[in-house]
Design a protein around this ligand. Structure first.
Ligand code: ADP
Ligand code: MG
Length: 675
């Protein structure tokens, strides 16, 4: 009998070619196969009469093959096999694409169980590419797992491989979670859970098994993260003994909000040298994260270190430099901007000044992490709008110093439990308070019918002395019926010929972008048509109307960010999302934004709608891949898993008493991080 450490080739019928394909699915050993969970199940205990088949549903029918499979070439390389099946209630068509051999094994007049997806309705209704088994009178087909596939690998192959893996654990399989933990949460042991998840006898059994697997995965993840945190805490951090920020508060043009003061106190306490700080500041758009970042830069500089502040776009970096450089300089610190579009000579001069330590606070873009940038004494780094950077970019900035204190900032606030997990071993500060005097932005989701009225509304705001942003999703006219920024500029110039309309998009040269942005900020343009390059950070207090074209093309959090560009001054501000007239769902989605301005709530809705993969972007979190847990829907288990992991590691930091558990944690964190 094959062992768990064997490759699938140890199974008869799996040759080198299949094995290579299985490897694509991540199955190198039978152990891997054990952890390759079905994505769904066919409940063949539940038979649907043919007349009750509903479009879009997956269903099982017990039916007799009525006509011989008929083969048709629909175009080059595309074959369609078609036949009918019937039961007591009616008849339905069955189709297979490029799979004539599978259908050829069926015999007319025999009864089978077919499980597949229903497409179309009325006479066009069909069962598409169903799996089938011979029907045995009086017996149901059981619950059949459906595995995720790749080209060339069939369900049959996976059933065979997982069968072999399950045989290997049938007798006994070591449990690595403490027994009391299983008892406390009513979870099945690992062996039972594995058998239930691969070969369940009922759908209820799957739920229990899945719960165990989710808990296990999140628990391992939390144990690993907690250990990373502990390890970081074993290192000594740079010490910033001078924590007196009196002078800083004095030059800051406004008194801090309570939340800002709290966050600054938290990070100042982190910089005492106990260990390197690794902190996330989460705060809604406009909550004043920049001032918190500036406090950290000041702390570094007044303790003899350099600080680097990295922003995702040149516009944002330039704006930070513009507002912060005078502040730092009045405190006696040198500050400079470094971006990719600077001339070679200017860059060289700045590189030299940075490596000589003459520039104390450097504000920049990705240009900061280029190889030829060297710091003399980098003590603190800040990553603004961290979701715009990948893990390796954030790491690259950190590596410019010797264990510098690190602050990352995010405007997409998420529930704390999730933040603690998604952002790995970070400590979290929350800016849950907006600076005083903010008026809520009145928000509307509208359809095409409203367009003439919206143009009038734009004109009215301009007459009152305001300014307007119009955001479009694409730069050039694509195939999609979307307003392109370039085309939209033309439209607006026609509709409002007396108004100054300018254009800003990501492909313009930096100097052009700066010129356009500065002119708009100076009131030299009335309407700025832009792509999402203005999404982050841009600050023009006089702008009080944001119009977003094709609002349904953006994520909710992104729209919320866009809305954050207005409502920054004294004028009543407005935000208008155009959605296509059809698509109730799209409009309902936008309605969330009309009803609330709470970034946490919006992020939660966004996460639930899009799922964690899209929401976080696969590349940016850098955690081990989760195979089964769903970060949006498994929040409650996540909370328990985290609490238990923390409690266990507080008692036994090296997991000395739980060697199998430690091994599993290590294994999870050894495997390559996110694809
Ligand atoms: P975020 O980066 O969190 O979106 P910013 O740091 O850009 O927000 O701040 C938004 C605006 O609020 C800026 O114009 C800033 O000057 C202003 N601001 C920040 N903190 C305060 C405060 N405590 N009181 C008044 N205005 C503030
Ligand atoms: Mg910001």
């Amino acid at each position: 009998m094959p062992a768990l450490s064997d490759t699938p080739r140890a199974i008869s019928g799996i040759g080198p070619r299949k094995a290579a394909l299985l490897e694509k699915l991540g199955i190198r050993t039978l152990q891997d196969a054990l952890e390759f969970y079905p994505r769904d199940y066919d409940d063949r205990t539940h038979i649907t009469p043919i007349t009750e088949l509903r479009e879009g549903e997956r269903a099982c029918v017990r039916a007799v093959v009525g006509t011989a499979p008929e083969l048709r070439r629909i175009r080059k390389g595309m074959e369609l096999t078609k036949f009918t099946i019937f039961d007591d209630s009616g008849t339905v068509n069955v189709t297979y694409f490029n799979n004539r051999y599978y259908a050829a094994l069926l015999r007319v007049g025999e009864e089978y169980l077919f499980c597949g997806t229903v497409q179309g309705y009325g006479r066009g209704r069909q069962l598409v590419s169903p799996d089938y088994v011979k029907s045995v009178p009086g017996e149901d087909g059981g619950i059949v797992p459906i595995y995720p596939l790749t080209a060339g690998v069939t369900q049959k192959n996976l059933l065979r491989v997982t069968d072999a893996a399950l045989d290997a654990v049938a007798g006994e399989y070591p449990e690595f979670l403490p027994g009391w933990l299983l008892a406390k949460y009513g979870l099945p042991c690992l062996r039972d859970a594995l058998i239930s998840i691969h070969r369940p006898k009922s759908i209820e059994e799957v739920a229990g098994a899945r719960r165990r697997m989710v808990f296990e995965e999140l628990f391992l993840l939390c144990c690993g993260l907690q250990r990373m945190k502990e390890k970081r805490r074993e290192q000594n951090g740079l010490s910033f003994p001078d924590t007196d920020l009196t002078a800083f508060w004095e030059v800051l043009p406004f008194p801090p909000t309570g939340a800002q003061a709290r966050a600054v106190n938290e990070l100042a306490a982190d910089c005492t040298g106990k260990y390197p700080m690794n902190r996330l500041v989460q705060g809604d758009v406009g909550s004043g994260k920049t001032a918190v970042a500036a406090a950290l830069c000041t702390l570094a500089a007044q303790n003899g270190y350099q600080a680097a502040l990295m922003a995702p776009t040149e516009i944002l970096a330039a704006q930070h430099a513009q507002s912060l450089a005078p502040l730092f300089e009045s405190l006696g610190f040198s500050c400079a901007l470094l971006t990719g579009s600077m001339g070679a000579a200017e860059k060289r001069a700045k590189h030299a000044a940075i490596s000589a330590g003459e520039i104390q606070i450097v504000i920049g873009t990705h240009a900061l992490i280029q190889r030829d940038v060297e710091f003399a004494r980098l003590g603190a780094v800040v990553v603004d709008e961290q979701h715009r950077f990948g893990v390796s970019q954030r790491a690259a900035l950190r590596q410019k110093g010797q264990l510098p204190h690190v602050l990352v900032m995010s405007a997409t606030p998420i529930p704390r439990t999730l933040a603690l997990i998604m952002y790995g071993d970070l400590d979290v500060s929350v800016l849950d308070e907006l600076p005083p005097g903010r008026q809520p932005v009145e928000t509307f989701a509208v359809g095409e019918k409203m367009r003439p009225r919206i143009y009038k509304f734009i004109e009215k705001q301009l007459l009152d002395g305001g300014q307007v942003y119009v955001v479009c999703p694409l730069v050039e006219d694509g195939e999609l019926p979307l307003k392109s920024a370039e085309q939209h500029v033309q439209t607006l110039r026609q509709v409002l010929p007396h108004r100054r309309v300018s254009l800003l998009h990501g492909r313009m040269k930096q100097a052009e972008k700066d010129a356009v942005m500065n002119a708009f900020a100076a009131g030299e343009a009335d309407i700025l048509v832009a792509t999402t390059v203005i999404e982050v950070g841009v600050n023009v207090p006089n702008a009080n109307l944001m119009v977003v074209e094709d609002g349904d093309r953006f994520g909710l959090s992104q729209l919320h960010q866009l809305r954050g560009r207005v409502g920054r001054g004294r004028r009543q501000s407005y935000c208008i999302f155009f959605g296509r007239d059809k698509g109730e769902k799209a409009r309902a989605r936008l309605k969330i934004l009309c009803d609330t301005s709470d970034g946490f709530e919006i992020a939660r809705a966004d996460l639930a709608q899009r799922g964690p993969g899209d929401f976080f972007g696969q590349r940016q979190h850098g955690l081990p891949v989760l195979h089964i847990a769903n970060l949006a829907s498994d929040l409650a288990l996540m909370q328990s898993a985290r609490e238990e992991a923390e409690a266990l590691l507080a008692e036994d930091p090296a997991l000395t008493h739980y060697p199998e558990l430690r091994e599993r944690v290590n294994r999870m964190f050894r495997t390559p991080h996110t694809a």
